[in-house]
Design a protein around this ligand. Sequence first.
Ligand SMILES: [Zn+2]
Length: 281
Amino acid sequence: MPELPEVETVKLGLQKYLVGHKIENVEVKVAKLFEGQSKDIIGAKVKDVRRFGKGLVIDLSNKYSLAIHIKLTGQLIYRDEKTSKFIISKKVGDKIPNQFTHVIFKLDKGAFLYYNDKRRFGWIRVVKTEDVFKMPFFKNMGPEPFKDLTLELFEKIISGRQTIIKPLLMDQTRIGGIGNIYANDALFLAGINPKRRAKDLSPSEIKLLYDSILKVMEKSMKYGGASELNFVNVLGQEGEYQHHSLAYGRQGEKCSKNDGGVIQKNFLAGRGTYFCPVHQK
Ligand SMILES: [Zn+2]
């Protein structure tokens, strides 16, 4: 599932291309993906785009917002006269719109914003801007890296908990924005075994883990996110982080620390877990 770096990549693209456009019409082809009244957004201009964890909020000029979660396979693709000449990834399809385009926002100046979603787990909700944080998804989200997750807060979240560290990192109500890719890679970088109990981490390990989370996410944002499954940016292009991951997806490969370890894969709390048995203690 797209995580903080992927959704941040989408946010930056929407800020660049979508802000300033007027929404002229909305065509909803799969009703369950779109909640609220399209009449509340038609005629409004896009003012700003914000991200909270893995969620997006598109703020409009009429005090309404579009709250969006792209979940597993959602794609938001912007096309206008200029960008429609760019080559799109096969992860989008041969053309856009296509059979997976379920919501179409017709914008002014001949532009469109397409919402594609192969698995249809995502959601788009029309909500009053002042009510965005009343939505359980946003209300219940924990502090997130690069924003309000300070080291002190991170220590508080980790310390004394019986929980296994990896699923704790991925619990969106504790920390917003970390999913399976970056939980795996941050633990690899910090040299911590994913199966450790949170309460057993020393203060220096907690500090190292905190720094590692920021490091792997910064690196991913530099590469435009990871294009696992269907992730693409707003121009329909793939990110490159998967070619630079540390442990994620590297089972059977030699550990990049050259410590003689080979990356193992097993399942922890139902999620693929990748680690080096030599340096992750
Ligand atoms: Zn290693």
